[in-house]
Design a protein around this ligand. Sequence first.
Ligand SMILES: Cc1cc2nc3c(=O)[nH]c(=O)nc-3n(C[C@H](O)[C@H](O)[C@H](O)COP(=O)(O)O)c2cc1C
Length: 410
Amino acid sequence: MNTSHRRTIRKYTQQPVSDELLNQLLEEASHTQTMGNLQLYSVVVTRDPDMKRQLAPAHFCQPMVTEAPVLLTICADFRRTSDWCAFRQAEPGYDNMLSFVNATTDALLYCQTFCNLAEEAGLGLCFLGTTVYNPQVIIELLHLPSLVVPVATLTVGWPAEQPSEQDRLPLEAFLHQESYLPYTLQRIDEFYTAKEQLAENQAFVEQNNKQTLAQVFTDVRYTKAVNEELSLGFMEMLHHQGFHPDLSQTNQTSLVVETRPESLECDVVRFQNNKEKWVAFVGLLDDAPYEIFTGLMDDEEGISLPKSVTKGRIIKHVDRDGVKRYDFQFENKRGYKTTVEGLSGKFNPEYWNYAKLISGVLRYKMPLENVIRLVNSLELDSDSINSWKTGVARALKRYIPGATPEEEEE
Ligand SMILES: Cc1cc2nc3c(=O)[nH]c(=O)nc-3n(C[C@H](O)[C@H](O)[C@H](O)COP(=O)(O)O)c2cc1C
């Protein structure tokens, strides 16, 4: 295939892209090389206009997301391979950074092979790098499970434009014979001057009130501040999707996940507060306490739960006006779900506020021994809140490795 005249296409005709053609190209692309022939990728096809509208903000509302007949989200995927291993008496060890890089390599090779085949068939494409800027939104909308991360999106359709070809650096700019040759000012001049002198690039510099084309990139298009913020979000997302940095070799604690996941597994811990029966919901991330909610167990006012309930999940719910609410959901033995809505509304605001503070401390990974010391050292003047803090400290103690959990109050 000759790629010397290819270009990105961002406008498409109304002509549909048939399933038959799309599937043929997607199947053909699977002959690309992959690690161990494991094909560590998955593709989600979006044709539904409503789903495209929902995905658009993740791509900064670039018009082709809603205008293209087909959107393909290409994912690095170690889920399927790990499930295969687990179902075949094999222990998968792919929840780490290297595995993420391997799956991303496979996914992008697959993606590019598809691009070549699709362009050869006359289709037009645009690669959207925004996929890795807002991956969490895409993960939630497409229901991507752990070990699956979106790494590229393609908008696909029949071309309705023929944009001019973009320039490229000359071969010598990126080719090194035998060893890497550093870039001196002279070599940079040699390779970049032609690009800088293009009329459209000069106009770009002027419109942005900059002195050089490079400044348009550093100060406007891809700034340090935005890159650093998106980087943090990306690391959190990787952690949440189950690709963890290998911390076993180092003394580092695991990464902080600042954005609370929509749903967290939780333990239900009962305790006595003065003469009252109380309950703590301890939200867990990677088996460590991430947040805690506490309140009165009471049929009338507070929360009433069957005794058998010791686990469940806390789900964050944001309504149309942006008002947040936390619901507790549990399953009975037969798998039927019950949801207790609005944990916050059921709790005394004073305890709720203390629990919020403690949750903040947990989220930022203060060692649990210190959190418990902090809770115990709170100087509170009512008896009831003093026994509350004892209950909270006791609920958290069970998560310290090696600590013997105290008997729960009946
Ligand atoms: C990693 C990556 C991210 C990109 N992201 C976008 C994007 O978000 N929006 C867009 O219109 N084009 C995007 N593109 C397309 C590039 O702008 C395009 O490939 C480049 O300007 C060269 O133009 P050409 O493909 O027509 O030769 C992306 C391409 C790559 C490889």
